[in-house]
Design a protein around this ligand. Structure first.
Ligand code: FES
Length: 106
């Protein structure tokens, strides 16, 4: 599956995801700017914050308590479509997912 990131400045980057990868892992493997992922995907840092395109929100896995708590500490405002990209496992059903990057992660 491939997913699309839209940078805060409007630049669009499409990345191929590998088997079992999270959206964060796909982004960092491609060297994408805008995702820091300081904790390496362990749901401890909130520097992998993304805004999920509204049309995809209902198709994502539910927000676990630990993610929910971390989302209260993101560098840019938490919105109803905020998620941590390390907690979004990419499956074939998410092919085409669109994620918007916040202006900063720290
Ligand atoms: Fe740290 Fe997602 S990479 S919370």
């Amino acid at each position: 599956p491939a997913i699309t990131f839209i940078h805060a400045d409007g630049k669009i980057e499409r990345v191929e995801t590998g088997e079992g990868e999270s959206a964060m892992q796909a982004a960092t493997r491609h060297g994408l700017d805008g995702i820091l992922a300081e904790c390496g995907g362990n749901a401890m840092c909130a520097t992998c914050h993304v805004y999920v395109d509204e049309s995809w929100l209902a198709r994502l896995p539910a927000i676990a308590d630990v993610e929910d708590a971390l989302l209260d500490g993101t560098a840019t405002e938490r919105l109803p479509n905020s998620r941590l990209s390390c907690q979004i496992a990419i499956t074939p059903a998410l092919d085409g997912l669109v994620l918007r990057l916040p202006e900063r992660q720290v």
